[in-house]
Ligand binder design. Structure first.
Ligand SMILES: CC(C)(COP(=O)(O)OP(=O)(O)OC[C@H]1O[C@@H](n2cnc3c(N)ncnc32)[C@H](O)[C@@H]1OP(=O)(O)O)[C@@H](O)C(=O)NCCC(=O)NCCS
Length: 161
């Protein structure tokens, strides 16, 4: 079976699918980072496909020569899909001569902390209790996250280019 992963940019016709992914994995149509609301409709991004099936999604926002990875999902883990999507973002950031690629994750997402640190991201900041504000804007954020860890803080990781 051909398992080649193809990465392509998001098209308008993908928006409803992105909306469903945001709802299923991120609890709503929006993602909040540092109090900023990102809608599924406004973000740029890339989709990974395998045999014409969508197997991964990364979304981002570029502001002031910095690229924020807003979401990353792989639907077939441990096959290189997440890495390919992050590589695509790094290539884009270098092409556009951006200064920094960064992202926020929550304190419970230890798998993401491992994943990004093994891909050269370093810890930049911890925002203790930041999820309190996010919960005011998005009530669906659960109290308890991965591995039964209470979701409280935002952790910022970055690569300086
Ligand atoms: C974090 C996440 C995006 C990783 O995606 P993924 O597709 O599993 O990532 P990869 O396959 O590229 O890498 C995962 C592991 O698989 C291994 N791997 C990659 N290709 C492989 C292959 N062909 N065969 C076997 N293992 C492989 C990698 O070595 C890697 O291990 P490492 O991190 O210890 O180095 C995914 O787990 C996910 O969607 N998590 C939920 C959402 C989330 O937390 N997103 C990030 C926060 S925004």
């Amino acid at each position: 079976m051909n398992t080649e992963i193809i990465i392509r940019t998001i098209e308008n016709s993908d928006r409803q699918w992105i909306k469903s992914i945001f709802n299923e994995f991120w609890g709503g149509d929006i993602i909040i980072t540092k109090g900023f609301i990102h809608s599924f409709n406004d973000l740029d991004g890339f989709i990974a496909t395998s045999n014409n099936e969508k197997v991964g999604l990364i979304t981002y926002k570029i502001t002031d020569k910095e690229l924020e990875i807003v979401s990353l999902n792989s639907f077939r883990e441990n096959k290189g899909i997440g890495s390919s999507l992050v590589d695509t973002i790094m290539t884009l950031a270098r092409k556009q001569k951006l200064k920094r690629v960064w992202l926020l994750t929550t304190n419970d997402n230890v798998d993401a902390l491992k994943f990004y640190q093994k891909r050269n991201f370093t810890l930049k900041n911890i925002y203790p209790d930041a999820i309190k504000l996010s919960r005011k804007l998005k009530r669906s954020i659960p109290l308890i996250g991965n591995y039964g860890i209470p979701i409280r803080d935002e952790i910022e990781l970055e690569i300086i280019l």
